[in-house]
Design a protein around this ligand. Structure first.
Ligand SMILES: C[S@@+](CC[C@H](N)C(=O)[O-])C[C@H]1O[C@@H](n2cnc3c(N)ncnc32)[C@H](O)[C@@H]1O
Length: 269
């Protein structure tokens, strides 16, 4: 397979991500994807949970837990204990509110913190979990090392993420990442290397880019038909136009297999 040409890392930090998830764009993501803010919703959560044999005996750390949608779903359907870690106060507050409302506070707690410097002790969890969020993280090597530290020996890391899957021009790289406020996208092989270098044994590495492109079209249709009047009414035409422009760029890049999505599962040796 030909080597993927990588663009330069952009200067986006957690403080930039905070602005996204504290403002209307964060709400827009929920309007598009639901309170599980990842491609494929609950069905994807079930796939990942089934693959790792999740059950009520396990303690799971959801890194970048956002609104806690996956946490509540996992607590209800698999009975496990969950800690959600997120770096945006508004997401933590909203996750706490919804979890209290759902009567799930005995099973789930949330902590404000940076995925690159996790506020947990060594060997605290059986599973480190992530869904479509680590693309926002500046130093993914630090995140993976931290995941290794907070896992028990034999513990599992299981995640999906948005990826660079093909070559693109520097201009495309900058525009695609900037629209999303991603410092950079990892590749599937890049994640494998980070995992192996941090002391994990790879169990699964799957390219989900075809399905990602299909979902991008679904989100574009939803934005242009169902959500357009609601967004314009609540946030104005400029925000709708910016979202439509950016999503269109992503739809094209996904169709051309420049960007995509992948699933990785690995075990702490
Ligand atoms: C797409 S949402 C995550 C969706 C969530 N995994 C789900 O499936 O519902 C991205 C989240 O990542 C969080 N985030 C981004 N960078 C982070 C970091 N370095 N540390 C902690 N949280 C971060 C944001 O605050 C935001 O809530």
């Amino acid at each position: 397979m030909a080597e993927i040409i990588r663009g330069k890392k952009l200067e986006f930090k957690l403080t930039d991500v905070n602005k996204v998830y504290e403002g209307p764009v964060g709400i827009l993501w929920e309007m598009l994807m639901g309170e599980q803010i990842h491609v494929g919703g609950a069905a994807e959560t079930d796939i990942l949970a089934t693959k790792i044999g999740l059950n009520s005996e396990k303690s799971l750390l959801d890194v970048c837990s956002a609104l806690g949608g996956p946490a509540r779903y996992l607590a209800r359907n698999y009975g496990c204990k969950i800690t959600g870690l997120d770096g945006t106060q508004k997401m933590i507050d909203e996750a706490n509110r919804r979890t209290e409302e759902a009567g799930l506070t005995e099973k789930i707690s949330y902590k404000l913190g940076d995925a690159q410097e996790m506020p947990f002790s060594e060997g605290a969890f059986d599973i480190v979990w992530g869904q479509d969020a680590w693309c926002y993280v500046e130093y993914k090597d630090r995140l993976i090392k931290e995941a290794h530290r907070v896992l028990k020996p034999g513990g599992i890391i299981a995640f999906t993420d948005w990826l660079q899957v093909g070559n693109m021009t520097e201009k495309e790289w900058v525009e695609l990442n900037t629209f999303m406020v991603f410092p950079y996208m990892e590749t599937l092989d890049g994640y494998e290397k980070l995992l192996v270098d941090s002391g994990f044994e790879l169990i699964e590495k799957t390219d989900l880019s075809k399905d990602f492109a299909r979902h991008c079209h679904v989100y574009q249709d939803m934005l242009r038909k169902e959500l357009k009047p609601k967004i314009i009414e609540a946030y104005g035409e400029d925000l709708f136009n910016a979202a439509d422009f950016g999503l269109d760029m992503w739809v094209k890049a996904a169709d051309e297999r420049k960007v995509g999505r992948g699933r990785l599962i690995a075990k702490k040796k």
